[in-house]
Design a protein around this ligand. Structure first.
Ligand code: NAD
Ligand code: ZN
Ligand code: ZN
Length: 393
């Protein structure tokens, strides 16, 4: 089959690789019909190379049709239309019983001391072959796959794999008071959906980014925005719009590659130039995140407020402004989305014909799988108005 494989910094290719097969009784194999490129994939493309191996298959936002199931699988059958959550969880361990599916004890990657395995996401998350491919082997298929109805286009449902549950969790973690307000840093796909979900739930939302098309997309979904390419002091701008207090909560939907952190950017660049064997331990023990967005979040949030960090971070000794955080009495929540936890809240919204979250207006590009190298480049450079790109095998 054809698959998108990683070969180095800004070097992904489409190659012929062996077809996946059932290995365990609770596996399934899915034929992929649509598969997203995520901001998390951009971290692999740029800074997380030390944790990748040449030829790793990328991708963790797939959906498609069940081809084959192992003998232990009864919940899905060949021909079913399914969306695959990005994290692999068993559904019946201690962590899964607590609905902390991103920490599943059956798939935790103990060798690296990390949480549940993730498709196509570095050795730290199990080096599981990913879903930007024609076929995908799905372990723990008794729990993960989300059955969706026939009929509507893939885009109706695809975002149940990552973008929607991730954004839903970010808003839940923001723990907003009734009628409260939230600033969302970053208007990539995750930030867009954080804004729409928070607004749908009745909160005041201010979205921040510096990219014109992303600001425009937020605006057309009724979101108040701040253009970070024009406003130099974003936290002050938010305070001015909120009686001097800042918003009740802030969501960081930017992560480790924030614009505006020149020193950390240099450290990241130098680290990715080292051989993997040297760079991986260095990255695991030092602080190499670009913290501009997180620092702005700390500045922006009101006293006693909550910061929900949904953007991905990877440094181990990142410097934090503890005085300001302690003095303001900030609560911070973070982590990977427990995808399956939010399916039942989201399903009525994606099947509602009026499309309340506007899932049909998020993908800006649909490209054949063969064009993945171009798609990655466009998504990283945000060229041609790219906000979300879907690949079609
Ligand atoms: N926690 C999870 O489970 C989970 C799941 C999916 C994605 N993520 C993470 O969420 C983040 C966003 O993903 P995405 O797909 O939307 O990616 P993206 O790269 O398209 O979006 C990031 C946006 O942040 C903006 N930005 C950069 N610096 C900024 C700053 N200082 N202030 C305001 N905006 C700034 C960029 O212009 C861009 O639009 C990534 O870090 C990704 O890894 C986490
Ligand atoms: Zn993702
Ligand atoms: Zn589990």
């Amino acid at each position: 089959m054809k698959a998108v494989t990683w070969h180095g910094k800004r070097d992904v290719r489409v190659e012929e690789v062996p077809d996946p097969a059932i290995k365990e009784p609770n596996d399934a194999v899915i034929r992929i019909t649509s598969t997203g490129i995520c901001g998390s994939d951009l971290h692999l493309y740029e800074v997380l190379g030390p944790f990748m191996a040449e030829g790793d298959i990328l991708g963790h936002e797939p959906m498609g049709v069940v081809e084959e199931v192992g003998p232990a699988i009864e919940n899905i059958k060949p021909g079913d239309r399914v969306v695959i959550p990005f994290n692999i969880s068993c559904g019946h361990c201690h962590m899964c019983d607590l609905q902390l599916y991103a920490q599943c004890e059956t798939t935790q990657v103990r060798e690296h001391g990390t949480g549940a395995a993730v498709y196509g996401y570095t050795k730290l998350y199990g080096q599981v072959p990913g879903g930007q491919a024609q076929y995908l082997r799905v372990p723990e298929a008794q729990f993960g796959p989300i059955k969706v109805p026939e009929g509507p286009p893939d885009e109706r449902f695809l975002f149940l794999s990552d973008v929607l549950p991730t954004a839903w969790q970010a808003v839940a973690d923001a723990d907003l008071p009734e009628g409260g307000s939230v600033t969302v840093f970053g208007l990539g796909p995750i930030g867009q959906m954080c804004c729409r979900i928070a607004r749908h739930l009745g909160y005041r939302v201010i979205g921040v980014d510096g990219v014109t098309q992303r600001l425009e997309m937020a605006r057309r979904h009724g979101i108040e925005v701040i253009d970070a390419s024009e406003v130099t002091d974003v936290p002050e701008e938010v305070r001015q719009r909120t009686s001097g207090r800042g918003t009740d909560s802030v969501i960081d939907a930017v992560g480790m590659e924030a614009h505006g952190s020149p020193a950390a950017k240099l450290a990241q660049t130098l680290t990715t130039m080292l051989p993997g064997a040297v760079a991986a331990p260095l990255m695991s023990h030092t602080g190499v995140d670009r913290l501009a967005a997180l620092n702005q979040a700390i500045d922006t949030v009101g006293r006693g407020g909550v910061i929900s960090v949904i953007g991905t971070y990877g440094g181990m000794t990142d410097p934090m402004p503890m005085l300001r955080m302690f003095d303001k009495g900030i609560t911070m929540r973070m982590g990977q989305a427990h995808v399956r936890r939010w399916t039942s809240a989201l399903m009525p919204l994606v099947t509602d014909e009026s499309d309340p979250l506007g899932v049909m207006d998020l993908a800006t590009h649909r490209m054949p799988l063969e064009q993945a190298p171009l798609a990655y480049e466009m998504f990283q450079k945000k060229s041609d108005g790219a906000v979300k790109i879907l690949l079609q095998p």
